[in-house]
Design a protein around this ligand. Structure first.
Ligand code: LP5
Ligand code: MN
Length: 256
């Protein structure tokens, strides 16, 4: 696993799912980015910041919603380190995007060396091992050969494939139990062991909170980052985690 050394308070957010139809979410997220630049020593965004990322070359002709997001990320990255992680919607983010905004790519998983100790950070979809169909899809789209073939297609072709995949995913999700789409307890335990950590942070499941568990006789904490939706959800949703030397604190957009 790759270590990332971080000093001072770190802010973490994921699952913002920015796209062409999320103006209110984008506005809230831009405000969050400005606050992070004012108050955090570093900002970590472990995946699904974008609702569907079909390649870094889309930056060249960024639509207004994307140009706004890139500008906001750039402004924050000019003031504090911004680490970009890949989720199941934006696994195609690469150095092109990171360089364009002045950010850095998060290893996945990442072992954070923080003022509060060592923390294992990932998007979290890899822990949903009961969801065999998703893990099969994940293995395909994470294959560098598949990615090279996909990225060689035109942007319109990639957009059409992404839209089809989104539709199939939404239809498939209707047929799945909530349990199947959550993390598998053994996968989580194995990750704690492999990382040799007592704290884990991930997103993806859209079930924010703190879970305390025992693994090999040691108390561990699994923190889940909130998802953001200020355009369709009532009340609007969003939030982030702040980790300083006193430990993690989860903040909600509505009450922060
Ligand atoms: O994403 P979400 O929240 O709906 O559900 C996820 C899992 N689904 C996915 C699939 C993505 O939504 C697909 C869109 C990615 C866009 C950017 C990538 C570029 C395009 C790639 C083109 C192939 O991540 C879902 C989990 C759920 O989280 C909870 O964990 O259950 O997994 C599935 O639904 C998997 C399905 O069961 C099977 C895969 C559906 C896609 C099939 C590919 C079709 C390709 C068509 C191209 C011609
Ligand atoms: Mn996700």
């Amino acid at each position: 696993m790759n270590n990332v050394a971080l000093r001072g308070p770190i802010w973490l957010a994921s699952d913002v799912h920015l796209g062409p139809a999320t103006p209110a979410t984008a506005e809230a997220f831009v405000g969050f980015l400005e606050s992070a630049a004012d108050e955090a020593a570093a900002l970590l965004l472990p995946g699904d910041i974008f609702d569907a990322w079909i390649g870094d070359d889309t930056i060249q002709a960024a639509p207004p919603w994307l140009a706004q997001a890139l500008r906001a990320l750039q402004h924050t990255a000019a003031r504090i380190p911004v680490w970009l992680g890949r989720g199941n919607r934006d696994f195609l983010m690469g150095a092109g995007l990171a360089d364009a905004v002045g950010g850095r790519l998060l290893p996945d998983p990442a072992l954070l060396e923080t003022d509060y100790g060592r923390i294992l950070l990932s998007h979290g979809d890899e822990y949903c091992t009961d969801d065999a169909a998703y893990q099969q899809f994940r293995a395909m789209v994470r294959d560098p050969r598949w990615q090279a073939q996909f990225l060689a297609k035109s942007i319109p072709e990639r957009l059409a494939m992404a839209q089809q995949a989104r539709g199939e995913s939404q239809a498939a999700n209707q047929m799945k139990s909530a349990e199947i789409m959550d993390v598998n307890p053994r996968a989580v335990e194995d990750a704690f062991r492999a990382g040799g950590v007592d704290i884990m942070v991930h997103g993806h499941t859209h079930r924010p909170g703190r879970h305390v568990l025992m693994v090999d006789g040691r108390r561990r904490e699994r923190w889940v980052l909130p998802d953001w939706d200020c355009d369709h959800a009532e009340p609007p949703r969003g939030g982030w985690l702040v980790i300083d030397r006193d430990g993690p604190v989860l903040y909600d957009l509505e009450t922060a």
